[in-house]
Design a protein around this ligand. Structure first.
Ligand code: 9D3
Length: 226
């Protein structure tokens, strides 16, 4: 699978995407990541990518021309398997279900918004998806894009050790959180791991975990239960 990241901060992704699962996917050749500097697609001396909003208002917007030109230059003949994703604070909220849907495409191009936003013609006439990662204010789309790349890349076959370890995950089939877990030592500063988990009664353990997962979901994520 191939991911393109279009940004005014091309160095931004050196940290988040060069570690762990995403880096391994790239090494194994199941993932190809390309970062593109939006300013490459400007023509003026100052390499201008932003301008003021019509009708007035705070701040600046990303201009449409460099964004359209970048996408048309990266994909001179765009096909059905190539999808453009605009990251914006107004987007549909990214979920595990959308991660699974994105996995079906061959190539994804992420447009990282900056400033107060992006000219609406990018959302209307260029992007296939307009996504947000949640209801909080970021300073741009780069972190959001890195998060979505991570969530999709780890689902690629052969990545997490990925025969079936990503098939039954929280939020997806079950609608409850993972059960709480403990490791050694069994007694840490007087806080003990539950006895049932230390014994070998697997039927009891299974029952206990199901109950513990449900209780934790009620406490922290009642919205998942409905
Ligand atoms: C006037 C209100 N604006 C600033 C407080 C709205 C606004 C503009 C631009 C809010 C955020 C941004 C920049 N954010 C993104 O580009 C962004 C984002 C986000 O802020 N939250 C969650 N997901 C995303 S994806 C891209």
């Amino acid at each position: 699978m191939k991911f393109h990241l279009l940004t005014i901060f091309p160095n931004f992704f050196e940290g988040p995407l060069n570690h762990g699962v995403v880096a391994r996917a790239a090494e194994f050749g199941v993932l190809d990541l390309k970062v593109h500097d939006l300013r490459t697609y400007t023509h003026d001396l100052h390499r201008t990518v932003d301008d003021r909003p019509f009708g007035g208002g705070e701040g600046m917007l990303l201009k449409p021309e460099p964004v359209f030109e970048a996408v048309e230059s990266i994909w001179p003949e765009r096909t059905e398997k190539q999808k453009v994703i605009l990251l914006s604070a107004q987007g549909r909220k990214f979920t595990q279900q959308i991660a699974r849907e994105l996995l079906e495409h061959e190539e994804l191009l992420f447009i990282c918004g900056r400033y107060e936003g992006v000219d609406e013609r990018v959302a209307e006439h260029l992007a296939d998806y307009e996504l947000s990662i949640g209801d909080y204010v970021l300073s741009g789309g780069e972190l959001a894009a890195a998060i979505i790349v991570d969530a999709v890349a780890r689902l690629l076959p052969g990545v997490v050790g990925n025969a079936d370890s990503t098939i039954n995950e929280s939020f997806e089939e079950e609608g409850v959180l993972d059960c709480p877990q403990w490791t050694r030592p069994a007694d840490f500063r007087g806080w003990k791991a539950p006895d049932v988990l230390l014994g070998g009664n697997h039927a009891e353990i299974k029952k206990w975990r199901k109950r513990a997962a449900h209780e934790k979901t009620v406490r922290l994520r009642p919205d998942l239960l409905t």
